[in-house]
Design a protein around this ligand. Structure first.
Ligand SMILES: [Zn+2]
Ligand SMILES: [Zn+2]
Length: 236
């Protein structure tokens, strides 16, 4: 199976000015989302999405619930909308290692690697960990973690690149850093996620990916039914 086919189709649709009708970044009440897998799926069908990815938060220590979650997603009817099992895992360190185990890898269709914490942080909500870094440093750390993961780790989607800099640090990375990661994703065959919850200039990123021939993944980071398919409104 060509794992990257789903992203190739997104690029093809966008090139043809067609709406991709996908949302490849959903969370449910298996972790921090509000709704169930079934509720999210029903809403995706109502919104006429063709493909969705339940990119549930996972760690190398999660195994008990993950199997049941995967089973639930796999039990969905695939008629109107195809649902995939995913794991959104964090990039752990400057080697680019991911917080995932082999058991989870076997159960997922796609792995999404995201920067969620900086190395050494335990509680991301603590004010002092946020204050520890200047905006500039935060951007550099996020860039470096992403770069190493793209080069050294096995996954399909780079989740919300620079999302931490934007959301936690209110920092705006230089465009050249975006360009670097987009190029690197192309080189290492990863899909660069464009996320309506984090990215301010979606069109600009889309055009850069098209220019470089980098595969794109599209996601809303939806944590409730209301948010399902948000990313798709940019392509209508
Ligand atoms: Zn995330
Ligand atoms: Zn997420």
């Amino acid at each position: 199976m060509d794992k990257l086919k789903i992203f190739k189709e997104i690029n093809r649709d966008i090139k043809k000015k067609l709406s991709p009708n996908v949302d490849l970044h959903l969370h449910t009440n298996w972790t921090d989302g509000k709704n169930t897998v079934f509720q999210m799926y029903k809403y995706a069908c109502k919104k006429k999405l063709k493909k969705i990815l339940f990119s549930e938060h996972a760690r190398s220590t999660s195994s008990d619930w993950f199997g049941s979650f995967a089973e639930e997603v796999n039990s969905l009817s695939k008629k109107s909308c195809r649902a995939y099992v995913g794991a959104e895992v964090k990039i752990l360190n400057f080697k680019g290692d991911l917080d995932i185990n082999s058991k989870i890898r076997k159960k997922v269709d796609f792995v999404m690697a995201s920067v969620h914490r900086f190395p050494g942080e335990t509680n991301i909500n603590k004010r002092e960990t946020i204050d520890k870094y200047l905006k500039k440093e935060a951007i550099e750390i996020e860039y470096e973690l992403s770069k190493k993961a793209i080069k050294n780790s096995n996954f399909e989607i780079l989740g919300h690149p620079f999302g931490m800099s934007y959301s936690r640090y209110k920092a705006k990375p230089n465009w050249s850093l975006f360009q670097d990661l987009i190029k690197l994703c192309k080189k290492y065959n990863k899909a660069f996620e464009i996320n309506s919850n984090y990215h301010p200039s979606i069109n600009k990123i889309v055009n850069e990916c098209l220019k470089e021939g980098t595969l794109m993944s599209l996601g809303s980071n939806a944590h409730s039914v209301k948010e399902v398919g948000k990313i798709n409104t940019f392509f209508k």
